[in-house]
Design a protein around this ligand. Structure first.
Ligand code: E4P
Length: 217
């Protein structure tokens, strides 16, 4: 499973890119607003740091407007993926942009039927928002399982990009469900490495090593 980071914070992206664990980045208008800097500037900087796909979302709501914004965003760098919402206009824009060779991430997916439509529209990625489904008492991971089964039934090559990840357990469950990608907030990526038994075990190993008085180098 690929790891994207879900943020527009350049410092976070730079620091996570250094770990070698980062396969891409997703942003959305709310994350860009939080970063408080011009959108195009942020996208350009992220694309220079990360080689993989960087999702930049359109804000027009009509298909022609989305296509125009998408084309313009795609000109920023070769690794820009244009993000469009899962509306009928978004699907029209998706078809048009992918036909022109631009990668498209269809976002705000909350049902398997929506995901089916996105694949038929030629989406590169579909973004089911699992945390927001959990928030309303539904099962976000179940949606990932359903989309995986449908895409496998018909051989769609649209990648399942699990989004709205809230916990480390979400990451594990998405991997088990066969998501191609998870886009994860920076704090949760960092939490993935932690286990109290790792810390305790390392402490004990180092204490015993000290007693030997030996050196490796
Ligand atoms: C995905 O591309 C979105 O940016 C994101 O995962 C939304 O997550 P949220 O529900 O925590 O806002």
């Amino acid at each position: 499973m690929k790891f994207f980071v879900d943020t527009a914070d350049i410092n976070e992206i730079r620091s996570l890119a250094e770990t070698g664990l980062l396969d891409g980045v997703t942003t959305n208008p709310s994350l860009v607003a939080k970063a408080g800097r011009p959108f195009r500037e942020i996208v350009r900087e992220i694309c220079a740091i990360v080689e993989g796909p960087v999702s930049a979302e359109v804000t027009a709501t009509d298909a022609d407007g989305m296509v125009a914004e998408g084309r313009s965003l795609a000109e920023i760098a070769d690794n820009v993926t244009v993000k469009v919402p899962l509306t009928m206009d978004g699907l029209k824009a998706c078809r048009s942009l992918t036909q022109a060779g631009t990668k498209v991430n269809v976002t705000l997916c909350f049902s398997a039927n929506q995901a089916l439509l996105a694949a038929k529209a030629g989406a590169t990625f579909i973004s089911p928002f699992i945390g927001r489904l959990d928030d309303i008492g539904l099962d976000g991971v179940e949606l990932i399982q359903e989309i995986r089964a449908i895409y496998d039934n018909f051989g769609f090559d649209t990648e399942v990009l699990a989004a709205s990840i809230r916990t480390v357990n979400h990451v594990k469950l998405c991997a088990l469900a066969g998501a191609d990608v998870a886009t994860i907030p920076p704090g949760i990526i960092r939490q993935l490495v932690s286990h109290p038994l790792t810390d305790k075990g390392l402490e004990a190993f180092l204490a015993d090593w000290q007693k030997t008085g030996d050196k490796i180098l």
